[in-house]
Design a protein around this ligand. Structure first.
Ligand code: TA6
Length: 274
């Protein structure tokens, strides 16, 4: 008999949705509609969250799976927030469906049209032994829009020195630590700051940490972003615990090339992990 519990916990000004199910437990912050923790039964938490993360709603939460929308990276005008405003907005649960084998939760902005008056974003999360996050953008206007976006997931790994991502071997990437030069490595290993946009639109990836594996699947993305700030940059971030860079790797399904969203069109991006 499945005893699923969906509970709301208050953390300062922030509300956390806690889900416990026979197959998993999950925690989602309504600030950012951000999955912070996902633990399949019998496994460790798949997501990393900084122990210094700021959880009071004053800043994007450092960890879990922040949503970058409707742009990824710095804003075009240089004045609006980095990675858009979905991750710094309040969200609400608009629907949930509990089954023996999965739980589905739909999120919408707490104030409709607060993110953008012409585009809407809804976020679906489906949890079972895996977690799937889908961003659904709809153009409600008569104007064509272009967006970039990402599911900026921080994965929890034991030891960054043991990690590689075999599918990204010999794939061209933009090296953001070297002014965007295009490179290609026989193996992705992380021994310094890594901030790369891989030209990878295939569906499957694996974080291989010598015996510990995280399976990642993506859909509708044009690239995969890999990020680890390494020690100096981690230290410079007040919300990134100093040694945290040893236990995390961001593997992000992204549209880094602007995607067209025509009037009345819906587009998606998706990431699944287990
Ligand atoms: O996805 C990688 C990245 O865009 C990096 O350039 C890096 O600075 C990071 O995201 C974190 O950004 P944030 O705004 O959360 O500090």
């Amino acid at each position: 008999m499945n005893e699923t519990k969906i509970e709301y916990k208050q953390l300062g000004d922030n509300t956390i949705v806690n889900i416990t199910h026979s197959l998993f437990s999950a925690q989602i912050s309504l600030f950012g509609a951000q999955l912070l923790s996902f633990t399949p039964k019998g496994k460790q938490d798949i997501l990393w969250c900084s122990s210094d993360a700021i959880l009071d709603g004053s800043k994007a939460i450092r960890g879990g799976a922040p949503i970058c929308w409707p742009w990824f990276g710095p804003s075009a005008d240089g004045l609006s927030p980095q990675h858009g405003y979905a991750r710094i907005s309040k969200w609400k649960v608009v629907n949930s469906d509990v089954q023996d084998d999965q739980v589905t939760v739909m999120f919408a902005p707490e104030i409709e049209a607060s993110l953008n008056s012409e585009l809407s974003l809804n976020i679906e999360m489906v949890f079972s032994s895996s977690a799937t996050i889908t961003l659904i953008t709809e153009n409600n206007s008569a104007t064509t829009h272009f967006i970039t976006q990402a599911i900026h997931t921080y994965f929890n790994i034991q030891d960054i020195n043991k990690v590689h991502v075999p599918e990204l071997s010999n794939i061209d990437y933009i090296d953001k630590t070297k002014n965007g030069v295009i490179k290609n490595d026989p193996q992705l290993i992380v021994q310094q700051e890594v901030d790369r946009v891989y030209q990878y639109d295939k569906k499957s990836l694996t974080i291989d940490a010598e015996g510990y594996y995280i399976d990642i699947k993506g859909d509708y993305h044009d690239s995969v972003v890999i990020w680890n700030p390494w020690h100096e940059k981690a230290k410079a971030m007040a919300d990134f615990n100093n040694d945290g860079y040893k236990q995390m790797l961001c593997v992000e399904m992204a549209n880094t090339t602007p995607v067209k969203v025509a009037p009345n069109q819906k587009i998606k991006i998706q990431q699944t992990f287990k």
